[in-house]
Every structure is written in structure tokens, then in C-alpha cells.
Design a protein around this ligand. Sequence first.
Ligand SMILES: [Zn+2]
Ligand SMILES: [Zn+2]
Length: 189
Amino acid sequence: MADVPFSCRCGEIRGTLHGATPSSGNHVRCYCSACRAAIIFANGEDVGDAGVELYQTTPDKISFQSGRSNLGVFSFNPKKLLRFQATCCGVQMFTMLPTPKFALAGVMTNLLKDTSAIGPVAMEAFIPQPDGTSKHSSVMRLYGGTMWRALLARLTGRWKQTPFFDVKTGKPVARVYVPTQAERENLPL
Ligand SMILES: [Zn+2]
Ligand SMILES: [Zn+2]
């Protein structure tokens, strides 16, 4: 178990991922077009077909030491997934379901100081197939583990310990920005 520091690119937002182990979360590489588009939208970088790496955990495992008020939120589909971004330097930092009651947080692993605690990528999602479809390397790991962790957080009340939502209103700490049609035009969505 390790407490791993993270920060946005410019360093204004700093925090800690607590109790990280390869089995207490899910180190995933996602190849979906929305993840790729989000990075382009957030800070203009295109990862191409390399995918993006996330560590899926529960929000109570994440704390902020500074700069939390710099968090912004955008979403291509606010009913499905919110993307928390550093408004200071642009980088996408976290993905989150739109309700705090389902405790699932994805941490962008490139912002972690050290990824040794979370182990190597354990599964890949939306892997492009030759016929144009996509598949996951382990559906059990993608849905089983995260569902179980979220359910435990719900049952124990731990879901209320989230720095990303006001649990009374169920609303995220920043207004959700939905990119306009014009902004989406050049994104691989
Ligand atoms: Zn994705
Ligand atoms: Zn920053």
C-alpha cells in the first residue's frame, strides 16, 4: 500500500492517491475515441492510437493538498461521464460518473509521481479490432472490480467522502461544461 502524490502539469493542484495497490484499483488503458478526444480538447495533445492510462479507484482514496478550486469539469455526455480538468494548465486529471452515489474515479496515471504502487496495466478497454469493432481484454476486471468497490463504498457510506461533489446536492464542485458542436468538429468523436 502506498500513498502516491499527484499534481497537475503546472503544479498548482496537488494531492494524494491513498492506499494504492495493483489489486485495490484497476490500472486500465482505454482506447475509446472519447478518451482520446478529451485529451485533445483539454490540452491539444493527440495520443493517437496509443490509448490513455487510468487507475480506477473510489473518490475517497483521493485528497487534495492545494488547488482544488482550480478544478473544472467538462463532458461530452454529462449523463455518462464527467471529466475533471485543471483549469490552470488544462490537463485532464480525473474521470468520474455523474453521481457521487456510484463511487468510481479514474485517475490519469501520467499525473502520478510514481506508478510502481499501482503495478502495470492490468487490462485494456475498447481495443480496436480488424473488423472495426472493439473489445475489452477483461470484462470481469473492468466491471466486476469497479462495481464491487462502488457497491462497498455505497453500503459503508464511504461514497460521501468525495472531494469532487457536494454530496447534499449531488452536484460536482464545478459547473459541467459541454463542448459545443463547433468545438467537437475537429475531435475524433
Ligand atoms: Zn475511454
Ligand atoms: Zn495546473
